[in-house]
Design a protein around this ligand. Sequence first.
Ligand code: NAD
Length: 493
Amino acid sequence: MEKKVLFNYIDGRFVAAEAASVEDVCNPSTGEVISRVPYSVPAEIDCAVAAARAAFPSWSRTPVSRRVKPLFDLAHEMHRREEELCRVLVREMGKSLPDARAEMKRAVENVEAACAMPLLQQGEKLVDCSADMDGEVLRMPVGVFGIIAPFNFPAMVPFWFIPYAVATGNTIVVKASELVPNTMQMLFEMMHAAGIPKGVVNLVNGDRVAAEALIDHPDVAGISFVGSTRVAALVAEKCAKTHKRFQALGSAKNHLVVMPDAKLDDVVRNMVTSCYGCAGQRCMASSAIVTVGREIHEQVVSRFVAASREVLAADPLDPKHENEGMLMGPVISAKNKAFIESMIQRGVEQGATLALDGRGLQVPGCACGHFVGPTVFTDVKPGMDIHTTEIFGPVVVILNVDTLDEALKIIADHQYGNGASIYTQNGYWARKFELEARAGMIGINVGIPAPVAFLPFGGTKHSAYADIKAQGRDVVRFFTEAKVITRRFWKED
Ligand code: NAD
């Protein structure tokens, strides 16, 4: 049967795209075609930006209390249809249902946080900033923003931006990942039903051509991008050249440091979830374990490898397993699987010890799925490709050092700095790590230190080209321009 072709959403209506091509969207567990996604052409980006631009004057002057009203309704609808949304997400992305529920919870939390915009968007006032004068900072909406998303969090990542951009009085054009466009389509149906006025939110499906047209568009004031560092760097460069504001969050290689006093039962369980949840395709997934001391190293290796062998790999929508806490689904595509396997081969060639090999994994009923099993390398040295490169799959490298300072140096020398965590009961070591680890988000006995919606989210070094992070108050600053008023009135005669 012919599968549904997804729509763009422009100026308050779902419209068929005049796409250059229409591609299959496949379930990565089974290979089943779910829907078809149009690759929109630049003219369609023009239409979406024109609609957003036309809506801006009136939306930006709509009282903020009225701007957040549809967001309350949207949050309610997302809660009500959470399970349905999660199943759409799992079917196209391949993460487990519990992981999808956690993602959706965070997406809704961002909508709820943005509902506080009447408080968050308040400016500042300095009375008597000079003789008989007052100074005031207004936080003004800016214009049309483009939001470009990666495949691994089809709902949560775009929602680091969408509700805040809208609540602050801007208008937007979203380009979802072409690999997982069904979730965003459904979320736009909910935004439409929530009564967001026409032109305020727009959706264009497509690949890099659509993304580039959005980035290059002269009427776009700024871009919120999340994806690989390779593309983030291009986005940053293009936006800087065309005087656009930008946030460009990129790739990661997150380290877990295990100190000699770590509580190993809890730690191993925590590391397994961090490394293999979403098949290692979380931007906050850990993929490098650094043990401090020889004794703890031997214990970590044997216990972590044993626990990795036990990880269940299956179709996340298989009714037998769908509520399993630690279930590993497939990676997103055959191309990504081939890359991951090539990196495993590279690790072997460069002399690391392959303690557990996830290649060749067969999952019953999923002959066409893109599965890679848990893979662990030991005897890894900094500088080996399996340590320097983001593999974005269930491949974990274990390094060993003698001191915390050496572990901190490994983190500091790495090109990426998204998250880093330490496992210890020792307050001195924990504090030193908090202050000295070169990463944007730090965990203390927390393997996935992803901040809640009320706090900023973002890394450092080549993990983020931006001076303002996603979520919370930071993103409110991104979506508003500070206008500073200096005011005086002369004395009446
Ligand atoms: P990707 O960079 O391949 O694609 C991201 C988006 O950019 C997609 O919408 C894609 O269509 C578009 N795109 C691709 N090439 C482009 C180009 N040349 N110009 C403009 N747009 C282009 O990333 P992905 O594979 O979808 O996602 C995985 C990556 O995202 C990983 O590197 C992961 O670490 C990263 N990520 C980072 C964070 C973070 O918070 N730092 C969060 C989630 C994912």
